[in-house]
Design a protein around this ligand. Structure first.
Ligand code: NAD
Ligand code: AHE
Ligand code: ZN
Length: 368
């Protein structure tokens, strides 16, 4: 079949809208009509050329929601008409990683996914006979996609696509990092570095669990207002203080219990670790840093009890947890609407990247 999609031809170049060929679902695969997709900073990161796994030409996008149109042979858990959110972190419930119950990082299809291919090592997308690569196993900047069954969360049918698409990455990543990865307890002091589409969801998660002080750090002063609405109690602009770490240590009587880096800046990652409390502070890296980047600190920081950790997709097991997060939204327990600052049509998708770069949007959502 044919589908409209935004194609990334080369690093650093705007996407172009094309009508591409999409082959039908093979065994264990599902054809999905994407109704809406968010634009995450990670899409920008890959388009910029900084992603060691970035390959072109490809169809980016990993924050979508849509409807099952067709299923391939052997698909048991989904049928035509089901509403779904594609998962860049699948949940096969069979691999060593899933069975360990220690991680959400299902590895069933990770190697082909990282090479822009379906599990049988081929692409379903092409244009004029040239293959186009998939991205993060999702490619939600295409109106129609083919995805393995294990990479789809079935969600309730009354949930609006243009809002719950954001649960496909940003909402789950931020709230999940607090609830599933760090398991932050009531009363704990939390610091969030970077108050964008991810960081504001970390703040929302910290508020949900009854955190004590919730300190937000961002270079963009415009972020303060929205962050306070989501539960931030203190704001620090690094330009306004001599030393961010000292300012946080002072505010928290010796250091934060938890910190979250939601930028992808390795210098900030160091600050995020070093502002946590001696003996028990935990710093969770969420931000994705460019190829070749490395983190550093004095090992003494770890010897004296701080822990450096990371979180992917908020530690969420997609097929199990995503439908629950959709329920939280529908029950009014979490706010997604205020974070979606811009709605765009596919033809204007490059505008979404510009708004992000200019710090003008939290999330832009493209509706098909
Ligand atoms: P965003 O662009 O919406 O937000 C980034 C925020 O950081 C902005 O508000 C910006 O002003 C602020 N910032 C930039 N440099 C700063 C600095 N030096 N000090 C303080 N603030 C600074 O991006 P996003 O969509 O929220 O994504 C944030 C990061 O999380 C990206 O690196 C993205 O790739 C990553 N990410 C990771 C996961 C995961 O599963 N681990 C999931 C989604 C996104
Ligand atoms: N290809 C990148 C990896 C980027 C990365 O860490 N991605 C996160 C999700 S970001 C969503 O916005 C993730 O899930 N990582 C785990 C994984 O298996 O990729 C690189 O730097 O190589
Ligand atoms: Zn993302």
């Amino acid at each position: 079949m044919k589908t409209r999609a935004a194609v990334a031809w080369k690093a650093g170049q705007p996407l172009t809208i094309e009508t591409v060929d999409l082959a039908g679902p093979k065994a264990g695969e599902v054809l999905v009509e994407i109704k809406a997709t968010g634009i995450c900073h990670t899409d920008y990161y890959t388009l910029s050329g900084a992603d060691p796994e970035g390959i072109f030409p490809s169809i980016l996008g990993h924050e979508g929601a849509g409807v099952v149109v067709d299923v391939g042979p052997g698909v048991k858990s989904l049928r035509k008409g089901d509403h779904v959110i594609p998962l860049y972190t699948p949940e096969c419930r069979e691999c060593k990683f899933c069975l360990s119950q220690k991680t959400n990082l299902c590895q069933a299809i990770r190697s082909t996914q990282g090479r822009g291919l379906m599990p049988d090592a081929t692409s379903r997308f092409s244009l004029n006979g040239q293959d186009l690569f998939h991205y993060m196993g999702t490619s939600t900047f295409s109106n129609y996609i083919v995805v393995p069954e294990i990479a789809l969360a079935k969600i309730r049918e009354d949930a609006p696509f243009d809002k719950v698409c954001y649960i496909g990455c940003g909402v789950t990543t931020g709230i999940g990092a607090v609830l599933f990865t760090a398991n932050v307890e009531a009363g704990a002091n939390v610091v969030v570095f970077g108050l964008g589409g991810i960081g504001l969801n970390v703040i929302q998660g910290a508020k949900m669990v009854g955190a004590g002080k919730i300190i937000g750090v961002d270079l963009n002063p415009e972020r303060e207002k929205m962050a306070r609405e989501f539960g931030m109690t203190h704001f620090i602009n690094p330009n306004d203080v001599e030393n961010v770490v000292d300012a946080i240590v002072q505010l928290t009587d010796g250091g934060a219990d938890y910190s979250f880096e939601c930028i992808g800046n390795t210098k900030v990652m160091r600050d995020a670790l070093e502002c946590t409390h001696k003996g028990w502070g935990r710093s969770i890296i969420i931000g994705v840093a460019e190829a070749g980047a490395e983190i550093s600190t004095r090992p003494f920081q770890l010897v004296t009890g701080r822990k450096w950790e990371g979180s992917a997709f908020g530690g969420a097991r997609g097929r199990t947890d995503v439908p629950k997060i959709v329920d939280w939204y529908m029950e009014g327990k979490i706010n997604i609407d205020s974070l979606i600052t811009h709605k765009l049509k596919l033809d204007d998708i490059n505008k979404g990247f510009e708004l992000m770069k200019a710090g003008e949007s939290i999330r832009s959502v493209v509706e098909f």
